[in-house]
Design a protein around this ligand. Structure first.
Ligand SMILES: [Cu+2]
Length: 130
């Protein structure tokens, strides 16, 4: 009887151990680069404009990016995405020609590809006058 109990305990321990090792590892925060993205629009009415992306690190120093991509979208059906990108900037500032094709609420997603291939993303909301 004692042997049986020891065996049961052993099986239980094995099962618990198995379940724990199957857990997905949590992300390590130190792997995420401290990058700040700011976005400004030269104009916020329908038509062509320039969007200015500023990329800085945790100390406020400019960050050189391999590529900066913009994706403009509105929350309604049948909307065509507006996508633009650049691979050149100066002192962490990237000026990208962009077209507001409609008036209303826009969300612009900025994707910054750093020189080591790391990607950082942020979204910005704009109200565009028609
Ligand atoms: Cu629209």
């Amino acid at each position: 009887m004692t042997r049986m109990l020891v065996l049961l305990v052993a099986i239980t321990v094995a099962l618990v151990g198995c379940r724990e090792s199957a857990q997905t590892p949590t992300a390590t925060p130190e792997n995420v680069p401290q990058i700040d993205i700011a976005l400004e629009a030269e104009a916020t009415s329908v038509g062509e404009t320039v969007l200015i992306v500023t990329v800085t690190d945790a100390t406020g120093a400019p960050v050189e990016a391999q590529e900066v991509r913009l994706r403009g979208d509105m929350a309604h059906a049948g909307m065509m995405l507006v996508q633009e990108q650049t691979d050149s900037g100066e002192d962490g500032v990237y000026r990208i020609p962009f077209g507001w094709t409609m008036g209303g609420s826009w969300t612009v997603t900025v994707t910054v590809v750093l020189t080591d291939g790391t990607t950082v993303e942020d979204t910005f909301d704009f109200e565009i006058d028609s």
